[in-house]
Write a protein that binds this ligand. Structure first.
Ligand SMILES: [Zn+2]
Length: 293
């Protein structure tokens, strides 16, 4: 257990919100459509469209080319008939797959803004990026349009095969490709866990990318809440993780929190925290990618 209290965490959250304003805000101005178009042209910005982000956020302005040449397969854990870890909190049933999906979409959007190519493997065409604290549960997720099977092995094989098929085509087109799996863990109620990372046993790149994200989280916590401490680990899962072991590109599996721990929960149920985690991850990817070029 950690010594710092919930107040400190909440204070940090506020700081984070201030420091990492999500790009979700209004960007409409009163200028005429022509003037806006001209302004856009002069800035040479590119607008890309991803309907999965939802009506308000589907248009993505590519603001930099920091991740140009990088490609990401983003995979939120579980989905379809499988909600993943479940916890009841404040009269709500919280499902792992919904929270993992929301963070995944936020990360996807940030990466696109930095010029990356992003393939969202698990999709829900009804849920965009959502601001609510309690995300509505659904079984509508698919593996890029294909129904997700209930059987555990079949489910993992399906997404792994999907990634490997994409990778076969992408590997000659991109300098840097990563598969990122996002989950929320389920441990005993009293266990506080920091965001932590798994990579495949012999994957040098997987380990390097995982370490880059871990170090970014450590730096952010040190800066915004030095008393908090951060114990996120980078390791090979003792039981092995199918998706991490069998996907061909270098991969990292991220556990965001323990869904049964009330303090940990704040990290995923508060919208600003979901956005901050996505921002930190994308910043870490930029660092990892730029170090490679
Ligand atoms: Zn999971």
């Amino acid at each position: 257990m950690r010594k710092t209290g919930r107040n400190l965490l909440l204070a940090a959250i506020c700081t984070l919100a201030a420091l990492f304003p999500c790009s979700l805000g209004a960007r409409n101005s009163n200028a005429s459509p022509e003037a806006q178009a001209q302004k856009k042209e002069s800035k040479k910005s590119t607008i890309r469209t991803e309907p999965l982000f939802g009506e308000k956020l589907k248009k993505v302005e590519v603001k930099s080319d920091k991740l140009k040449g990088a490609c990401f397969y983003l995979v939120s854990g579980h989905g379809g008939p499988d909600p993943g870890a479940v916890n009841r909190y404040n009269g709500h049933e919280l499902h792992e797959d919904e929270y993992a999906y929301d963070v995944t979409l936020r990360l996807a959007r940030r990466l696109m803004e930095e010029g990356a190519e992003v393939r969202i493997i698990i999709q829900d065409k009804n849920d965009g990026i959502r601001n609510a604290t309690y995300l509505k549960n659904s079984k509508g997720e698919t593996c890029m349009g294909t129904a997700i099977p209930l059987n555990h092995q079949a489910r993992l094989r399906q997404r792994t095969n999907k990634i490997n098929a994409l990778y076969a085509k992408d590997k000659n087109r991109f300098k840097y490709i990563r598969a990122i799996f996002i989950h929320v863990d389920s441990r005993s109620t009293g266990t506080n866990i920091d965001v932590h990372f798994y990579h495949a046993k012999n994957s040098k790149n997987g380990k390097k990318t995982a370490t880059a994200i871990r170090d970014m989280f450590a730096a952010k916590y040190r800066k915004h809440n030095p008393k908090r401490g951060y114990n996120g680990t980078v390791s090979v899962h003792p039981k092995g993780l199918y998706v991490v072991n069998y996907t061909h590109p270098a991969s990292v599996l991220i556990e965001l929190a323990n869904i049964r721990n009330n303090r940990d929960l704040k990290r995923i149920i508060l919208e600003d925290n979901r956005q901050a985690m996505a921002n930190w991850m994308s910043e870490a990817f930029i660092k990892d990618y730029q170090g490679k070029k």
